[in-house]
Ligand binder design. Structure first.
Ligand SMILES: Nc1ncnc2c1ncn2[C@@H]1O[C@H](COP(=O)(O)OP(=O)(O)OP(=O)(O)O)[C@@H](O)[C@H]1O
Length: 573
């Protein structure tokens, strides 16, 4: 079947050029010279896509964008006068999938049409599969959750995947921003290109320019060979700027320029190279606030935040906890080569559903990994979860805050909060809801029982009572009494046991009041590693005995050794 397009522009020559290009690509097209003509053609025919100028004699092409994207899924792209970026952004927000600047460059036009064709083919294939489309299946298998807040989110992801618009993913740490970014890429016409994730906070500022744009051999000391930058690696694909709030101001300027001009120049090079990338970005920080205080450039914010997608916290979608838990247990079983995925008892499931997941989905996974190491059998009970004792007072507060968080999430999620829609969301957030939300955070702060809020660590705190029972049992087994206090260091990441850890590990360097330069988590991991190696040495690297000496299970020890990269051949060290 021949693909058909509607071309809308009042410049006759330009229309002819576009028609020739489309014909060469096997697309049959009609031309409309005015907005009203375009509307009536659209009404009478069934086009596969539309390409419209924004400035028409009888109105704005934006009206056509609104009309078409409001009533169909047909891809529409816009042609903008060079430099009118604001209008292009407005069109993307209204649902245009891409834009091309005047004067028209034919390679860029062809690129845009090819993206449209991919979307059209995808749609046609979906029509032929009455069940769930392959895209829907990919989405459901990778973004786990079927709760009320997840439905609009998933629909939005499918829509955003078709567009070339920059998307800014906001949401607390561990809510799945990177999962969503990868999905947007893998579901998009760019899926054959690379997905290049970059943690903007992890690159030393002096290396940033070279990392992003590349360098030529000899351009600075240490540049021993030509190096391709991240922009070029993502050419034809997607560049994911994670932790974008951490970009230094100087780099923000350079990045903005590269994004706007769609070209990059490597350090030491004289020529600009065109790049075709889609930008996705994310941070758990409040970027808007950083703009207010001047640490993030407003123009860059505006450019990357064309469409904002807010991810709900796990507390706002507790209904998803059982299905997420099942998903992670299957993954863990697979990774650890267990015979079958461990099962959660009803008690354990209920306990998880009442936990305050400040670390969101990532924390749930960590809790389960830990539970699998602690459980002796393949059944995980509430006691293996290592969560604080549950008290009904907390239940009341948590479920109250859950309702409020759900409100928050649905307000922010109901619409993909692009600028115009977020102002609607703002107006929905009337004062009473705002004050409830404030109460919610205050109450959550009061019931802040979770170490994610107070320390940097991977694992939740242990139930103190079960820990002490375990310690008592293990004390009997101890060959070396002096190791008794070290036993609890196997649960070194646990806040409740900070005291025993302090006793167990060599803390002379911090006893003076000096904090470890490398940060708490790294410090604790170092100590954990030392204790495990000590126990392994004392038992001649017999893991079963070492586990016993440390008061932990064999599986737990094996897991920790992998995590801390303790190899068997360290026996000589
Ligand atoms: N809906 C989900 N379905 C399956 N796994 C998920 C989901 N959400 C998050 N995860 C998992 O949770 C962990 C954290 O997710 P991710 O890294 O995407 O979060 P994030 O919001 O980018 O966190 P951060 O802000 O700290 O970078 C990963 O292991 C990811 O696979």
């Amino acid at each position: 079947m021949t693909t058909t397009a509607l071309v809308v522009d009042d410049e006759v020559d330009l229309c002819r050029l576009m028609q020739i290009t489309l014909t060469k690509m096997g697309i049959k097209s009609d031309v409309a010279y005015t907005l009203s003509q375009a509307k009536s053609y659209w009404q009478e025919n069934d086009y596969d896509f539309c390409l419209t100028d924004l400035k028409l004699p009888d109105g704005s092409g934006l009206e056509l964008v609104k009309h078409i994207s409001g009533s169909s899924t047909t891809p529409i792209a816009v042609i903008t006068a060079h430099g009118s970026m604001d209008l292009a952004i407005e069109a993307l927000k209204l649902g245009a999938f891409d834009f091309v600047n005047k004067p028209l460059e034919l390679p860029r036009l062809r690129q845009l049409v090819e993206s449209a064709l991919k979307v059209i083919h995808q749609d046609n294939a979906a029509k032929l599969t009455p069940e769930r489309s392959p895209e829907q299946q990919m989405l459901d298998s990778r973004l786990i959750g079927d709760s009320a807040v997840m439905h609009p989110l998933k629909n939005t992801i499918l829509k955003l995947a078709r567009s070339q618009a920059p998307v800014f993913l906001s949401g607390a740490s561990g809510t799945g921003k990177e999962v969503v970014a990868r999905l947007i890429h893998d579901l998009s016409p760019r899926r054959d290109g690379s997905f290049v994730p970059v943690n903007c906070g992890a690159i030393p500022s002096e290396l940033m320019e070279s990392e992003f744009f590349g360098h030529k051999k000899g351009s600075f000391t240490g540049a021993v060979a030509d190096k391709q930058g991240l922009f070029q690696q993502a050419d034809g694909g997607t560049l994911f700027l994670d932790e974008v709030a951490d970009l230094p101001l100087a780099m923000q300027v350079k990045l903005l320029r590269a994004i706007q001009e769609k070209t990059v120049r490597a350090i030491g090079d004289t020529k600009e190279v065109p790049v075709d990338i889609r930008i996705l970005s994310a941070t758990h920080k409040d970027l808007n606030q950083l703009v207010q205080v001047g640490s993030f450039r407003q123009d860059l914010y505006y450019r990357i935040n064309v469409i904002e997608l807010k991810l709900p916290t796990l507390n706002a979608r507790r209904d998803d906890i059982p299905v997420l838990a099942k998903h992670f247990l299957a993954l863990i079983a697979d990774e650890w080569q267990l015979e079958s995925p461990p099962l959660l008892t009803d008690n354990a499931c209920a306990r998880l559903q009442h936990h305050d997941f400040a670390g969101n989905v990532r924390e749930l996974r960590n809790v389960l990994e830990r539970a699998v190491t602690l459980a002796e059998t393949s059944t995980i009970d509430a006691s293996h979860l290592g969560l604080p004792d549950f008290d009904s007072h907390q239940e009341v507060i948590t479920s109250a805050s859950q309702n409020i968080s759900t409100n928050k999430a649905s307000i922010s999620n109901a619409s993909v909060s692009n600028k115009s829609e977020s102002s609607v969301a703002d107006s929905i957030q009337d004062n009473s809801i705002k004050s409830k939300i404030e109460t919610d955070s205050t109450q959550q702060a009061k019931t802040n029982i979770h170490p994610y809020r107070t320390t940097i660590q991977h694992y939740p705190s242990m139930n103190t009572s079960s820990t002490s029972t375990r310690s008592a049992e293990n004390t009997e087994k101890l060959a070396n009494k002096s190791m008794a206090s070290s036993l609890d260091a196997s649960t070194i990441n646990q806040v409740d046991e900070q005291d025993s850890v302090s006793k167990a590990v060599n803390i002379e360097d911090v006893a003076t009041g000096q904090l470890p330069a490398q940060g708490l988590e790294h410090y604790l991991q170092e100590q954990e590693k030392r204790l495990i190696i000590t126990a392994l040495k004392q038992t001649n690297w017999n893991k079963t005995q070492a586990a016993e000496l440390l008061g932990t299970t064999f599986r737990s020890l094996r897991y920790r050794m992998t995590k801390l990269e303790i190899a068997e051949d360290q026996s000589e060290s």
